[in-house]
Design a protein around this ligand. Sequence first.
Ligand code: GDP
Length: 333
Amino acid sequence: MNAKNERALNGDNELTGQIDALRQGDRRALAKTITLIESTRNDHRRQAAGIVQSLLPDTGRAIRLGISGVPGVGKSTFIEALGLYLIEQGYKLAVLAVDPSSQRTGGSIMGDKTRMERLSQRLEAFIRPSPTSGALGGVAAQTRETMLLCEAAGYDVILVETVGVGQSETMVAGMVDCFALLQLPNAGDDLQAIKKGIMEIADLIAINKADINPEATQLAIAQFRSGLHLLQPSAPGWTTPVIPCSGLKNDGIIEFWQQVTNFRQLVTDNGELHNRRQRQAVEWFWSIIDSGLRQLLERNNDQKLKLQETVKAVAAGERSPVSAAHSLLEQFD
Ligand code: GDP
């Protein structure tokens, strides 16, 4: 732990109590600490970083599963069905969301509280909507920290849900052990997914709402399977399964989970899980350095004027973004 973090924790009995309570699985302590993580105040963020650091030995044991799909594909219905099944199996699960819409609109596609009503009433489930402040990168970073807190609080499955737009899918895939894609059985969707390069990072593809049109579902499965042949496997030795399911009718949930556990077994045995988590930690580290450097640059008073002028010149097309950025970076060389 660095000196600042230690100072933030030392001598603060309330905070130490909060950490102990969190470790015991206390939901209020967990929610309070997540609020610290999501705070825009630097002292809160430092405190939160200290807490996460001190809880690190209690993390890493959960199954981290990402679930993505376009709005309306049935994510919340599916996650509720999966969550209730997992609780039946004796798991405790946390559901976190990464919602890229909340930054732009101030509203949220996913965050409304009526979603997953039955699951949210269960003590074995902890549901947290997407953080609503900051850029998507910041939201992803907060979600990663929240994931670690949930693990320390004893949740053994962490589900990270995101809508299938923009970069949020790649970000979520970069923080979980297994990334699942929910798709609708319409022709055309598959091509869209290939174009976006999302199929390549999917460890599991589920064709949802299979109850509506079983024939179209079978066709979609065949199309996806043949499309997958052209791609690199998402993990060494793994062929991404494509399975039908229906969150609404509770169909295919057991098979879905079976595939998640098959995948996890394979990547545990062949060392890929270890490698993946190592890569993710290092990428996370660098993404914080990237955004931190930018913030430092923007906040540095001596540089402010020069920076503003440079940005203006770039916007006006008077300077090339490349040469402008290089000349600013040169000072660190
Ligand atoms: P999300 O936006 O991806 O979270 O989608 P929702 O779970 O909110 O579902 C959107 C709509 O599709 C709702 O009206 C659901 O009742 C419906 N729906 C969800 N899953 C299924 C399914 O498996 N079959 C059918 N027929 N409808 C579903």
